[in-house]
Design a protein around this ligand. Sequence first.
Ligand SMILES: C[S@@+](CC[C@H](N)C(=O)[O-])C[C@H]1O[C@@H](n2cnc3c(N)ncnc32)[C@H](O)[C@@H]1O
Length: 260
Amino acid sequence: MAGLFSKQAAVYAAARPVYPKDLFTKLAALTPHHCLAWDVGTGNGQAAIGVAEHYDSVVATDVSEEQLLRATAHPKVRYLHTPDATPREDLVAMLGGEGSVDLITVAEAAHWFDLPAFYDIARRVLRRPGGVIAVWGYNYRIIPVEDMMARFFNTTLPYRDTRAWYCMNGYKDLPFPFNDIGLGREGEPASLDIDHEMSFEGLIGMLRSGSAVTTAKQQGVDLLGEREVKELEEEWGGVSLVRKVTFKAFLLVGTPRAED
Ligand SMILES: C[S@@+](CC[C@H](N)C(=O)[O-])C[C@H]1O[C@@H](n2cnc3c(N)ncnc32)[C@H](O)[C@@H]1O
């Protein structure tokens, strides 16, 4: 798994949208304590940095060392490499033990996880009562360029990992066995708009950093060859145009169930 994001870690760092500040304010308002947050699948730390505004410290973990090498340094964020084979007990210990985490965030990554194993750890490390888990994602629904995005998306279909479908379906079928606290629940994610000023270069960078494009490349197919980029450029409106776009993202937030 680490390989899918390690190969394009440099592109990834520059190309992805920044999450809105008020999302982190809203999440922080849900937890009574603000000692420790855990950002899982942190990549370059996009969400970890936002969370750090509200918590004393943030542990930010990822299976990809290459992604972490490009993560944004922050005095409150401790980046830790957690390879797939990291024993659950070690992870719990790294996070300070059971009941030590106030907020868990997973941005654009939960669909890649072994969810039963991850949720088991999440339940153990979340503070009780009071701990909150928030999972969000985005896909090719980007307004107002959704038609060109849909056309590009269709070209990626043969190279899609089945796990990516959770994301393509807007997390509507992502298992999320936690108590509903009014910000999206299992089967009914809340909507989250992420406004972003995007250059054409940024668009191509974002598309290049997608897992299906990497998989296609590994199979000798360039989904973003010269011709494809030219077509996208025409649809975008020119290579130098910067557009205001909105990612129609989706969010699930909950607390551990008493019985778990
Ligand atoms: C699409 S990136 C998202 C990165 C960042 N959270 C963001 O919002 O841009 C997905 C990240 O999840 C990481 N990842 C995938 N499976 C993981 C796992 N089981 N544990 C931790 N990180 C994982 C990948 O290495 C990658 O950095």
